[in-house]
Design a protein around this ligand. Structure first.
Ligand SMILES: [Zn+2]
Length: 241
């Protein structure tokens, strides 16, 4: 209860009442929480514009009795606004924020995931500045998110028997590759090229991701995430133009 400060990334915003907005913010110390920004949609709002999706902010919040906190001050640390200037980058940022929102329980700090999200948004901004948003970035982010969530990925050896040769499938439920003897009918196949692509995405920092096509691997990572979340990400179905 009472006033406190925290830093966080705005995951999403929604209209609330006549002039207010509710933001979902992933705060460093408090974890994910929802807060009202009073008068956010008025042109004279002191900090409404700073609290947009992708923004990293230093906020002062008031915690009352209810579940909703209230924002009483906000300073911009990094707006990441350039992400919205390229549609593909914007879509990728949406997927990052939605995935984090879905994975995180309320009010549970998760420093590893926080660092991953910031790294993802900063990487996106860097790629936008360089003029190319790599196709592999979204998939690589989701793969790393699964890793941070404790779902593999086991990409060096068969997730069931440890065999390192004859790897030919991906066990979506176990988050790793499988060999020909362990592969079940429900495990989608993956080529040697696909496996090296997965390994590359897992090892390469997001800011250095090359612009390669993800092909078969994209679907495998989405399926693994879908299984983990017990549902699909809405933003994954938005297609680039
Ligand atoms: Zn095996």
């Amino acid at each position: 209860m009472g006033l406190y400060r925290d830093q966080g990334v705005v995951l999403r915003t929604m209209r609330f009442g006549e002039a207010d907005r509710i933001i979902t913010i992933f705060a460093q110390d408090r974890g994910k929480l929802r807060a009202v920004v009073k008068g956010a949609r008025k042109t004279k709002s002191r900090f409404g514009a700073r609290l947009a999706p992708f923004s990293c902010v230093d906020v002062q919040l008031y915690e009352g009795r209810g579940e909703l906190h209230t924002v009483s001050q906000a300073e911009l640390i990094r707006s990441h606004t350039s992400i919205s200037s390229i549609y593909d980058a914007y879509l990728c940022g949406q997927v990052m924020c939605e995935a984090v929102d879905r994975v995180l329980p309320d009010q549970t700090p998760n420093p590893q995931l926080y660092r991953l999200l910031l790294a993802g948004l900063c990487a996106l901004e860097g790629h936008v500045a360089a003029g190319v948003v790599p196709h592999a970035l979204r998939c690589a982010f989701l793969l790393k998110l699964l890793g941070v969530s404790g779902v593999g990925p086991q990409l060096r050896a068969c997730v069931h028997c440890g065999e390192t040769t004859g790897l030919c499938g991906f066990a979506v439920f176990d988050g790793g590759v499988v060999c020909s003897s362990c592969r079940r009918a429900s495990d989608p196949g993956v080529s040697a090229k696909g496996i090296s692509l997965l390994r590359m995405m897992w090892q390469t920092p997001l800011a250095e991701m090359p612009d390669v096509h993800t092909g078969e691997v994209d679907g495998l990572v989405s399926k693994a995430l879908e299984y983990y979340l017990d549902g699909r990400l809405r933003s994954l179905s938005f297609r680039s133009v």
